[in-house]
Design a protein around this ligand. Structure first.
Ligand SMILES: NC(=O)c1ccc[n+]([C@@H]2O[C@H](COP(=O)([O-])OP(=O)(O)OC[C@H]3O[C@@H](n4cnc5c(N)ncnc54)[C@H](O)[C@@H]3O)[C@@H](O)[C@H]2O)c1
Length: 319
């Protein structure tokens, strides 16, 4: 049993991870500021759903508030930090770059520095496929030596990784950075395309499709992402970076077709200019994660999408 501090625990990935960590018998402290990037009610409901099956500590705090976060370290003395709290999403980072920089870079530094001070034995950081840019070779490999993200969000995640490296190298804090690739499934963030489109199709409203529908995303089912995060708890390394994707990209057009099929409704599409910051293609090279973490994504896209739709149909009136 390990004492784990999980930041962003009320969010999409965090709430699924929390359930699995508790099932495995770990003691958990969740930190989340329940901000209004999307409805705080949704986040409270996520917390309630975790609580229905288990107990954990919850602290509502902003990771940028050093004094408040230090109190959490002081009180709970976590052995491992899994740091998922962030401002997520590419497009909003173009509108609020300073907020993204503050939460994703300064907030990460607050946690790394407290982890150093309090002798934490492992720090796991949620990075993103967005650190790869349009010049990266596909499938994206952790060996890419010069990634050039094309959004402020991607840059903040790359900066987070670099800070993790510094804390590992200089302060001997073992750090592992995980590059998630478009995670989907029940409780998915409402700003992400699958969830947003499902809502518009359900309401009979038009969907703005940016580009010609031929962009590809390496959608990864939430349970596979969580399996990959859990595998890092077994790994003893000073510093590593892993892709956690599916290595099976799906086009936007195909994603919409499958959504229509499982919702049983036609989408009304309006094609628009591609948006700046959006990547045309993402695909993870998983050789390293397979070899070192035993990571093997199991859920094919259509199976995962049908699970999302089943959840959505029960919950969309609440989201
Ligand atoms: N979902 C994806 O497809 C995806 C892909 C790549 C990377 N990621 C990364 O994974 C992590 C989790 O993503 P998610 O999709 O679950 O997002 P989410 O928004 O559902 O979860 C993030 C949580 O962090 C909390 N948070 C944000 N700022 C905070 C702050 N200043 N202090 C305390 N808590 C704060 C939010 O309230 C939220 O509950 C993020 O770091 C994100 O960048 C996600």
């Amino acid at each position: 049993m390990t004492k784990i501090l999980l930041t962003g625990g009320a969010g999409f990935i965090g709430s699924h991870l929390a359930e699995r960590l508790i099932q495995q018998g770990h003691r958990l402290v969740l930190v989340d500021d329940l901000n209004d990037f999307y409805s705080p009610e949704t986040k409270r409901r996520n917390l309630k759903e975790i609580k229905a099956n288990a107990s954990f500590e919850f602290v509502q705090a902003d990771i940028c508030d050093q004094a408040a976060i230090e109190k959490v370290f002081e009180q709970y003395r976590p052995e491992v930090i899994i740091h998922l709290a962030a401002r997520a999403g590419v497009r909003p980072s173009l509108e609020q770059p300073f907020l993204y920089e503050r939460v994703n870079v300064h907030g990460t530094l607050v946690l790394l520095d407290l982890a150093r001070l309090y002798g934490v034995r492992k720090f796991v950081f949620a990075s993103s496929s967005s650190i790869y840019g349009i010049t990266s070779k596909t499938p994206f490999s952790e060996n890419e030596s010069d990634p050039n993200p094309i959004s402020p969000y991607g840059v903040t995640k790359l900066a987070g990784e670099k800070l993790c490296y510094v804390y590992s190298h200089v302060h001997h804090l073992p750090t592992i950075c995980l590059r998630f690739f478009t995670v989907y499934g029940p409780r998915q963030r409402p700003d992400l395309a699958i969830h947003k489109f499902a809502k518009l199709i359900e309401q009979g409203q038009e969907i703005s499709v940016f580009g010609d529908g031929t962009s590809f995303r390496d959608y990864t089912y939430i349970d596979d992402t969580v399996d990959g995060i859990l595998a890092t708890l077994e790994l003893q390394v000073p510093f590593e970076i892993f892709n956690l994707g599916n290595s099976n990209p799906v086009s936007l057009t195909e994603m919409i077709r499958l959504l229509e099929k499982h919702l049983g409704k036609k989408a009304q599409l309006q094609f628009k200019e591609s948006q700046p910051g959006d990547m045309p293609f993402t695909c993870a090279d998983l050789s390293k994660a397979k070899q070192r973490l035993g990571y093997r994504p199991k859920v094919p896209f259509e199976t995962g999408l049908s699970r999302f739709v089943a959840w959505f149909q029960q919950n969309h009136h609440k989201t």
